[in-house]
Design a protein around this ligand. Structure first.
Ligand code: FES
Length: 103
């Protein structure tokens, strides 16, 4: 059953950066944008399952570190080849300095 899970403290993620979060054998990527918004996606690129937490955040875009495919962070939409399949996104909320992900 889906539930809110505490992923990290807001200060754990630099502005315009991403970190990895593992919960119940699944990897997630947690993002903080330049505007201070937090987002979460599946932790793996849909191309060859590279961890997106090792990628580069540019505005609201994550670039995969392996072949430079890109996703729109808020929607998970694949926006640059070789990525063709969107990455799953998850709702986030911030309470008392903690980032929660709805998994
Ligand atoms: S593994 Fe991400 S673009 Fe290839």
């Amino acid at each position: 059953m889906p539930t809110w899970v505490a992923a990290c403290a807001t200060e754990d993620i630099d502005v315009e950066d991403v970190i990895g979060f593992r919960h119940e054998d699944r990897d997630y990527a947690i993002y903080r944008t330049a505007e201070g918004d937090f987002f979460a996606t599946d932790g793996h690129c849909t191309h060859e399952r590279t961890l997106l937490c090792d990628g580069l955040v540019m505005g609201r875009v994550i670039e995969c570190p392996k072949h430079n495919g890109r996703f729109d962070i808020p929607t998970g939409k694949a926006i640059r080849a070789p990525v063709l399949e969107d990455v799953q996104t998850f709702p986030t909320k911030v309470e008392d300095g903690t980032v929660f992900v709805f998994v």
